[in-house]
Design a protein around this ligand. Structure first.
Ligand code: C2E
Ligand code: MG
Ligand code: MG
Length: 582
């Protein structure tokens, strides 16, 4: 009978064999020659065969160098030789080896000496773990953490890292560079009208256009939303950045075909040059953002190079915004009232409330100094609500003290931002209710440009406001070049002829023609015309001749605080300049 395997090699060796088969790692035992031709493989386990595709016969007697190839890094191998020659263990990571079929795998690798009972080194034993999958997964995670999933471009984090590197190069005066920060103009409209899928498609295509336009050394990143950044290096100066910006504006200005429709956007770009004196990456990005913002302000679809003065402006704006918030809390707003009179008598029929800011340091500020920013920041909503409340309260008070037929009317200006406020109609209704003012005594003024631009959205809100029983005035009428078709759709009662036409009425035949036709237009649409900015008796007389029945202007009275209004009301008229009776 043939001896069993177990009897042949002995119990212990048999169990060891079984254990070796069991482990997943590749185990390899070699002789100890470190010099050419290197150690000789004397044993490999099954794990090794699985990992490399070799059979034991194919490797035993050969050197482990047969596993190396072109991408195998020599550095750890040198370290390995050094450590092993001193009898110390070696721990290797990320070593690339090659399987029998030529494919690569990544290893984690541990080698140590086998010593006999005298402590003499007889062999090296090496265990190897295939970490190819793990590495690939790590790589994928790393990529995800540093890239935008939609466009595949680097994200803000990776961009900031590259910017830091570029900055340290710039500081060493080796290579200047430039940073471009861009924001798409009109992207939100595309997203809202064609849907998010189309919006995503546009962003992907915008990213492709940017990549196609830039040299391989440049970094393009998406910061999220419709914001992108470009880093130009090797080396690049402001002039080069401006050329690139111009080409970006050009390429992104070409129409995009999305969901079988064409969409057009543009790009606004801010540029900052990197130099030896540049601050940190955060600061540079902020400066580029400031310059981009400026490009938007100047009409979009253009670029601007950052200047220190821009930052000062932004800081001033931020301060003003803070002050405005505080002013709301501290109730620093005051109303002045300008009389609205009947022509030709000058009899007061009502007032326009005009807001002022009693600034603690700068004194009384006109609306032009703060209303635009209040609109942009939305602060006009709380401010406007206070104005409305105060004006209605005053109107009610004056009506009670000076009853007349018809009762005094109060005009309050509304901004575009207020019209978009979903609470507007209920706020107005509440103020009327709280102050007890008859809605018929309240006129709301909206400037013409808002109505022309947002006719569609305005129709609904204006209908609801009219539904409360108040009247609507188109302010600054005649300043828009566009068609008058919006007038047909909007439920307005008065057209307030812009001051610029009234100014020339007694000298310029064209202004006179315009005023006369607005008066005619108003009457044929069932509305009435009001002239604003009347400054002289001559203008007032001419307006009356042209059929305009209502007027406002310095000639009849400048906007005044409430106390002075009481005097006018007691006198029954706003000015003492004229002598004619009502
Ligand atoms: P607006 O509604 O067209 O108001 C008329 C502006 O012309 C007022 O300027 C008034 O003082 C001025 N004005 C009146 N008569 C004459 C005149 O004979 N000659 C000249 N040269 N000017 C005259 P103000 O008070 O500086 O207001 C400017 C603008 O600010 C207003 O234009 C209005 O659009 C806005 N505004 C004023 N108060 C408010 C408010 O409470 N809310 C909102 N949203 N806007 C307001
Ligand atoms: Mg007005
Ligand atoms: Mg006006």
């Amino acid at each position: 009978m043939r001896p069993s395997e177990k009897e042949r090699i002995g119990e212990e060796a048999f169990l060891l064999e079984a254990a070796m088969r069991h482990v997943d790692e590749a185990v390899l035992i070699t002789t100890t020659e470190l010099d050419h031709p290197g150690p000789e493989i004397v044993y490999v386990n099954e794990g090794f065969c699985r990992m490399t595709g070799y059979t034991p016969d194919e490797v035993i007697g050969r050197t482990p160098r047969l596993l190396q190839g072109p991408k195998t890094d020599r550095a750890p191998l040198d370290r390995l030789r050094r450590l092993l020659s001193r009898g110390e263990p070696f721990d290797g990571r990320n070593v690339i080896n090659y399987r029998k079929d030529g494919s690569e795998y990544v290893l984690e690798w541990y080698i140590e000496a086998i010593r006999d009972s005298d402590g003499k080194i007889t062999h090296w034993i090496s265990s190897q773990r295939d970490v190819t999958e793990l590495k690939a997964m790590e790589e994928r995670l790393r990529h995800q953490a540093l890239h935008d999933p939609l466009t595949g471009l680097p994200n803000r984090t990776l961009f900031a890292q590259r910017l830091e590197l570029a900055l340290s190069r710039a500081r060493m005066q080796e290579e200047p560079g430039a940073l471009l920060f861009l924001d798409l103009d009109g992207f939100k409209d595309v997203n809202d009208s064609l849907g998010h899928e189309a919006g995503d498609k546009l962003l992907v295509e915008a990213a492709e256009r940017l990549m196609a336009l830039l040299t391989p050394g440049a970094t393009v990143a998406r910061f999220g939303g419709d914001e992108f950044a470009v880093l130009l290096e090797h080396p690049s100066d402001e002039a080069e950045a401006m050329r690139v910006a111009e080409r970006i504006v050009g390429t992104l200005g070409e129409p995009f075909v999305l969901a079988e429709r064409e969409a057009s956007i543009s790009a606004s770009i801010g540029i900052v040059a990197l130099s030896a004196s540049s601050g940190g990456s955060e600061e540079l990005l902020r400066d580029a953002d400031v310059a981009m913002y400026r490009a938007k302000e100047e009409g979009k679809g253009r670029y601007r190079v950052f200047e220190e003065a821009m930052r000062v402006r932004i800081l001033q704006r931020l301060r003003l915004e803070d002050e405005l918030r505080r002013a709301i809390q501290q109730e620093e707003f005051a109303l002045h009232y300008q009389p609205k009179v009947k022509l030709p008598t000058g009899k007061i029929v009502g007032f326009e409330a005009l807001v002022r800011w009693r600034h603690p340091e700068r004194g009384m500020l006109p609306p032009s100094a703060f209303v635009p920013l209040a609109e942009e920041t939305g602060l006009i909503v709380p401010i406007g609500l206070r104005v409305l409340g105060e004006a209605c309260r005053r109107a009610k008070e004056w009506q009670e003290r000076f009853p007349g037929v018809p009762p005094l009317v109060m005009c309050v200006n509304l901004s575009a931002r207020q019209l978009r406020d979903p609470e507007l109609v209920s706020d107005v209704a509440r103020v009327l209710e709280e102050t007890g003012l008859d809605p018929a005594s309240l006129d709301l003024e909206i400037t013409e440009s808002v109505l022309v631009r947002d006719t569609e959205a305005s129709v609904v809100v204006l209908d609801r406001l009219r539904g409360l029983g108040l009247n609507l005035i188109v302010d600054d009428f005649g300043t828009e070049y566009s068609s008058l078709s919006y007038l047909k759709r909007l439920p307005v009662n008065f057209l307030k002829i812009d001051r610029s036409f009234v100014a020339g009425i007694d000298k310029d035949a064209k202004d006179e023609a315009i005023v006369s036709s607005v008066v005619g237009l108003a009457s044929s649409l069932g509305m009435a015309a009001i002239a604003e900015g009347v400054e002289s008796a001559g203008q007032a007389a001419r307006l009356h001749e042209l059929g305009c029945g209502l007027a406002q202007g310095f000639y009849f009275g400048k906007p005044r605080p409430a106390e002075e209004v009481l005097q006018w009301l007691a006198d029954g008229r706003a000015t003492t300049k004229r002598s004619s009776d009502d």
